[in-house]
Design a protein around this ligand. Structure first.
Ligand SMILES: [Fe+2]
Length: 200
């Protein structure tokens, strides 16, 4: 696997604080960069989780929640076209577009063992925690005839332990991310099941 370490810890320009893209602009970028519909859905799901968590658990105002949402929406934007430079390309694009540094650093934090940037703020810790777990739960919904309906925490945990299920989902990252939070794995799974089922 390519070395995707970013080898930096500072992202964006502080003078761009508060500068975001609209959701339409972000979706236009996704449509251009990400032909894979399933990957676009993954980013929309993480965006919805980030926004909901900011509003419901962090008492964030609308502007702050929009930052959380934008980071989720774009975190894998360069994955499909630039797999060897994943993360670096979208970061540089957002820096060129003068986007808020908190959004850019949050994206850089979604895989600390891969990109070498440690999540510090709640926004950074949550994108790391949601990313893989959201993917596993969505994969589980696709194999259930009822989709998300009636999905239980224990069913998700069973799939989590079953290494052959959604084998691309990194379990180690999930446990590491949760260990950095003050919420339990159960609470996180419950939140994801309830919020992501309506995202399409
Ligand atoms: Fe992701």
């Amino acid at each position: 696997m390519a070395n995707r370490k970013l080898n930096r810890n500072s992202f964006g320009d502080p003078k761009n604080a508060g500068r975001l893209m609209t959701t339409d602009e972000a979706l236009a970028l996704l449509n251009e960069w990400v032909p894979n519909e399933r990957l676009r859905l993954h980013m929309k799901q993480v965006a919805a989780l980030m926004k909901a968590w900011a509003l419901e658990k962090e008492n964030a105002d609308a502007q702050t929640a929009a930052k959380w949402e934008l980071a989720g929406l774009l975190h894998d934007a360069d994955w499909e076209k630039f797999p060897d430079d994943h993360c670096r390309i979208i970061i540089e694009e957002l820096e060129r577009r003068n986007i808020d540094p908190e959004v850019i650093r949050c994206i850089a934090c979604h895989g600390p063992r891969i990109f070498g940037v440690e999540p510090v703020t709640p926004m950074e810790k949550m994108i790391y925690a949601f990313d893989e777990l959201s993917g596993l739960i969505h994969a589980y919904s696709l194999m259930r005839p009822e989709g998300y309906e009636g999905m239980e925490i224990k069913g998700v945990k069973k799939r989590l332990k079953e290494k052959s299920f959604a084998a691309g989902v990194n379990r180690e990252d999930i446990y590491d991310a949760v260990s950095r939070l003050s919420v339990s794995l159960d609470e996180l799974i419950d939140f994801i099941i309830s919020r992501q089922k309506t995202v399409c």
